[in-house]
Structure formats: C-alpha cells, structure tokens
Design a protein around this ligand. Structure first.
Ligand code: NDP
Ligand SMILES: C=C(/C=C/[C@@H](C)[C@H]1CC[C@H]2C3=CC=C4C[C@@H](O)CC[C@]4(C)[C@H]3CC[C@]12C)C(C)C
Length: 582
C-alpha cells in the first residue's frame, strides 16, 4: 500500500484511541449487564407489540378485503403517513447510523474486519453450494430498503445472502483512490472525504444511494460529461463468485469480468469492495445560473458547453416546461473576498427553500451566481427528493413548515416505500405515476423533451449530460457502444444525457385517462432507436427481445459461464422484470 495511504482505522491505531475504546467497551459491558432486567421488559413489550399489533396490521393491510380500503386511505392521506411515521422513523434511523459510523470510524479496525466479513460472505455461498444450490442467490437487503422503485418480488424465490459491508476501508491520496465496501452510502462518503479536501470523481447526490447499487446498477452525476458513468471511475472490484471464491478484477486483471460487472445487478457475483477514483476539491461550489427561454436555446448552449475543449466541470439542467429551463454551471471554489462571502447560499439549511424552487426563480430574475458549501451542494436534491416531496407533502416548502419542521429533513425513501407501498398501492403507482430515466445522445435533446412532453406532460425534468466512452471489441459490457463518436477523441466518446421524469403525469392530474404502457413503451422505444438505454432502478415495460436489443448480453453471458454465475444468480432480465409483469 502506498505510503500516503490513510487507512481509516490504521493498523497502528493510536494508543490514546485504543485506551478510550477499551474503557468504552468495559463501560458498555457493565451497562449491558446492569440493563439485563430492563432488556427483558423491552423485549417483552416489543414482542407483544409485534405479535398483537404489527403482524395483524400487516396481515390486514396486505391480505384482507380491507387492503383496498387501507390503500385508498394511504393514497389520499399520504402526507399523514409521511408526517407521523416516515419522517420520525427517518430521523431516528439517521441519528442511529451517524453515531454508529462515528464509533466505527473512531475505534474499530475496519481493514481487518473487512477480510473477516468477506470470509463470512464466502462461507454463506459455500454453504449454499453444499446444500444443493436450491434457488439462485441475491443479496439479503430487503426491497423496501433500496432506492429502486421496481418491485423486488424475485427476492421471494431467491436464497438471500447477507452482504453486510458498510465501511470505508482506506483513502489513498497518493494513488487518488478510496476503497469502500458496497453498502457505504453517498452521505457517509461526503461526510468523510469533503473535510479531508477530497471528493469522489463521481459524487452522486442522494445520500442513501450505495456504492454497490450504483456500480451494479448505474450511477451518474453532473460531472458525468467529463468522467462518464460512475463505473468508469472504478480501479478495481473485489467479488465473491457463485462457488464462493474471491476474485479481484481491474482493467488488466480478469478484465472480462471487470467490463461485464457494471449494470449486471448482482447477477455475476457479490461485490465486496470497490476502489474508486477521488479528486481534490475545495470548500464551495461556485454555481452560475443561466435561464433559457426556448428549447432551442437550451439545446444549443448545453451541446456547446459539453462538447467544448474546456467544458465547465459541473453541468446540470432543470427543465421547467417544454420551452423553459435553467442551466447550472459549477466549479469548485474557495471563498476569500467579501464580495464572494456575500454570495454564499446555504441551500440545505432547514429553513431554505427547496433547491429546485430556488433555481426556478432565476427564470424571472435572470442570470446570477452564488457559492454553495460543497457538501450542501452535493446533496442539494435530498431535502425535496428532487421534486417528488411536493406531491407527498404539498405544504412542505411553505415557510411555516420549513421553520417549524424543516429540521426533520426529508423522509427516507426506504420508509416511504415501507409505509406507503402496499402491493395494492404499488400497482396503482405504476399505472398513475412515472419514475423513469433514459440515457440518449445529446443530438436528440429536442426530440426527447418533446416526446416526454407528449407522453408524460410532467415538469420539472432532470437533465444530466453524460459522456459515453466507446469500448474496444471484447470489452463492451451490457451498455452498448455509442454509434457516433466524436472525431479525434482518445479514448473515443459520444456525448449523451440522462433525462428523468418523476411524478404524476398531466392526464392523471387532470383526471383524464393516461395509458402508462403506451407512454413508457414509447419512451423505451425512443431510447432503443437512438442507441440509448433505460435505468433499471425503475419498472421496465419492454419485452425480453426488446430488452436484449437495448442491452448487449454477449460479454455478460460469456462471463456468467466462465465465472460460475449460471444457476447461482438469476439472469439480469429475471431480476428486473417481475414474473407478474411479464
Ligand atoms: N444519480 C444516480 O446515479 C442515481 C441512481 N439511482 C439508481 O438507484 C440504484 C441504486 O440504489 P441502491 O439502493 O443503492 O441499490 P439497490 O439495492 O437498489 O441495488 C441495485 C442493484 O445492485 C445490486 N447490488 C447491490 N449491492 C450489491 C452487491 N454488493 N453485490 C452484488 N449486487 C449488488 C442489487 O442486487 P440485489 O437485488 O440482489 O440486492 C440490485 O440489483 C441504482 O441502480 C441507480 O441506477 C437512483 C437515484 C440517482
Ligand atoms: C436516477 C436519477 C434519479 C432518480 C430519483 C429521482 C428516483 C430514484 C428513486 C426514486 C423514488 C424511489 C421511491 C419512492 C417512494 C415512493 O413512495 C414515492 C416516489 C419515490 C420517492 C421515488 C422518487 C424518485 C426517485 C428518488 C438521476 C439523478 C440520474
């Protein structure tokens, strides 16, 4: 390991920390024994609650004729459920995890524990093999805890393997990489790296997204027009295969597996660590807002910025209607002068207006710039879950709510799913709301926005430019090569962009019929026809042949054979398309 490496929990842990740790452990052990009688009482109360209240409640909720009634109640009074259940639960959960992470960071030797925990994953997989490989494996992470909106019914038929790996293992500033376990989330990473003056090359905005999910699915951010998709910034993966063996892969070692893994959704093996590129950062993001009043103006400006020889380091667009949008250009910055200080905006303080509402006002006030503290910038969309929270808590951006209850933050998506997604509600959501992203060439900006306007009629739309690198023969993974790479670039690339729509379509809002299958399929066909693809955290309405036209299964299938994945893990399609939706 390079000399500059800063293991979070160095092998030569300072004796001071070790002493504090020992004292803490002794104190906790004492408290543990003293609390034994108390624990029995707590267990009794929790057990009784579980048996007599929670289980019957869930049973009534899911399996009885009341299910429809309750679903309607949740649907009509979503904000009640969110305010009284999801928000407090999210707050407590976050507090518990920050204390736990602080403790692990400060006192426990994570690198050592990493190897031990990987062996535990291997042992589970080996046991699964010895017991006759009954049903294919998936991670034991429950569907409601993930950020994916698609239903995870396949998990019911899988052998669930606990891949309980939550820690940042090592930051190596000399090699400019951080080694992390798959359940490390974006909030944990910014809290750790930003104070050290570093950031992930692709630092994804939502705090609860995990490294494993973003690499085995798709991760991108508003500097993806420079670095590409998140997996392009990986130096090395460590994976437990279907036979329980542990392999590492990189561009030079087991390179076929390295290129096949991105987007494979845990169908080639269990990711147990990844080394990700990091870049130096500064304490602020200097952001310039450029309002656009026609679609052509936006399309021309964005294309020019992205394809220039010196593109802005960060570029995001929020589309407020077919014709209006705001382009945001960002760069890391220090704030040293009084003039700069006057432009500091703490966008994530509890009383601040939601970020996208703040940005919208530049459509009327005109071009402007400001300085946003970096960590707040990275997580600018968390408080309003992009623009979804307005539908769930319609008064959430009202100053009174913000000042009184804004400190509670946003509900965790996991708890939103747990408290509001009964199977009944989920079915309705798929028919009456849309959560979709497609990634298509930048040359199709106009057609894409017009298509989304026609079939969804929902705003704002999310727009992140993404560079798609051309892969040489034999290294082309599930994501197909771009068709029209820019001349003279090495490595070759074509500029694409992510267009995302999250909300209730115009027709549904107006009480008019809306054909979800027609709209989603039109969007999917548009992506296929333009050598683009859909993000698979969402429901897909494609048939299997269409899906295989969108994603190149050649290298993927070779690797499934070669690395013992056949029979051990479901196929990509079987995982993302639930049986009941085929
Ligand atoms: N800006 C962005 O890039 C954003 C991206 N997203 C999407 O959200 C998803 C991530 O959500 P998140 O909750 O973090 O992840 P999920 O738990 O939803 O995982 C996504 C997929 O990755 C697989 N996976 C996760 N961890 C491992 C592992 N250790 N080994 C093997 N497979 C694994 C999961 O398999 P299994 O089902 O077996 O658990 C699942 O198929 C991504 O797919 C991404 O596209 C969402 C918002 C923003
Ligand atoms: C892929 C990108 C961004 C995606 C997000 C905007 C969506 C990812 C997950 C989505 C959601 C998950 C679960 C939900 C629970 C439901 O009860 C309500 C909707 C939602 C909160 C839903 C909202 C949209 C997402 C957060 C870009 C950045 C590439």
């Amino acid at each position: 390991m390079a000399s500059e490496a800063t293991p979070l929990l160095p092998r030569h842990q300072t004796t001071g920390n070790q002493k504090i740790h020992n004292v803490l452990v002794q104190m906790l052990t004492l408290v543990w024994f003293l609390c034994l009688p108390l624990r029995s009482v707590v267990n009794l109360v929790l057990g009784t609650f579980n048996f007599f209240v929670w289980r019957p409640f869930v049973w009534v909720f899911v399996r009885t004729p009341f299910a429809g009634l309750l679903a309607r109640f949740v649907e009509r009074n979503t904000w009640v459920v969110i305010l009284f259940f999801a928000l407090p639960a999210s707050y407590i959960f976050d507090m518990f995890f920050s204390i736990r992470n602080w403790y692990v960071r400060s006192f426990l030797a994570a690198p050592k524990l990493h190897d031990q925990r990987v062996r535990e994953v291997q042992a589970q997989v080996k046991r699964w093999n010895e017991q006759g490989r009954k049903s294919p494996m998936c991670t034991a992470r429950p569907g409601w805890l993930t950020m994916s909106t698609r239903s995870a019914t396949f998990k019911d038929d899988c052998s669930r393997i606990s891949v309980n790996l939550h820690d940042i293992i090592e930051v190596d500033t000399e090699r400019q990489v951080v080694k992390v376990e798959p359940l490390v989330d974006m909030g944990q990473i910014t809290a750790h790296l930003v104070p050290m003056g570093w950031s992930l090359a692709i630092m994804v905005e939502m705090e609860d997204l995990t490294v494993g999910g973003l690499l085995m699915g798709v991760g991108l951010e508003v500097n993806s027009h420079i670095y590409g998709l998140m997996f392009e910034t990986v130096e090395r993966f460590e994976v437990v295969l279907g036979d329980g063996s542990l392999v590492t892969c990189s561009r030079t070692e087991n390179s076929d597996l390295f290129h096949a893994l991105p987007m494979s959704h845990g169908t080639l093996g269990f990711l147990v660590s990844a080394e990700l590129k990091i870049i130096p950062c500064k304490p602020y993001m200097h952001l310039t807002y450029e309002p656009c009043h026609t679609l052509d103006e936006m399309a021309d400006k964005v294309t020019k910025y992205c394809e220039s020889d010196n593109p802005p380091p960060f570029l995001e667009v929020t589309v407020y209607s077919k014709e209006t949008s705001v382009i945001m250009l960002g760069e890391f910055a220090d704030v040293t002068t009084a003039e700069q200080r006057a432009k500091i905006n703490h966008v994530n303080r509890w009383y601040a207006p939601w970020f996208y509402k703040h940005v919208e006002k530049f459509l009327t006030t005109g071009q402007a710039d400001e300085y946003i503290p970096l960590r707040q910038y990275f997580h600018r969309h968390t408080r309003s879950i992009f623009w979804k929270l307005e539908e769930l808590i319609p008064f959430g951006n009202h100053p009174l709510y913000r000042y009184l209850l804004g400190w509670l933050g946003a509900p965790k998506i996991a708890f939103l799913k747990l408290f509001t997604h009964t199977p009944e509600v989920r079915r309705k959501v798929a028919e009456s709301a849309v959560y979709q992203d497609i990634i298509v060439p930048i040359s199709t900006i106009r057609e894409s926005v017009i298509l989304f306007d026609e079939v969804f009629d929902f705003y704002p739309l999310l727009f992140y430019p993404v560079k798609l690198f051309y892969k040489s023969p034999g290294t082309e993974g599930l994501i197909r090569n771009p068709r029209h790479v820019k001349e003279g670039t090495n490595p070759p690339w074509e500029m694409y962009f992510d267009l995302g729509v999250y909300g209730i379509p115009g027709n549904v809002r107006r009480g008019e019929p809306w054909d979800a299958a027609y709209a989603n399929r039109a969007m999917e066909k548009f992506a296929r026809d333009n050598a683009g693809f859909q993000l698979m955290y969402a429901d897909t309405w494609q048939t299997r042949p269409e899906f295989e036209e969108m994603f190149d299964h050649t290298l993927y299938r070779k690797c499934r054979e070669k690395y013992n994945a056949v029979g051990a893990f479901p196929e990509f399609w079987d995982k993302v398309k639930p049986q009941d939706q085929r």
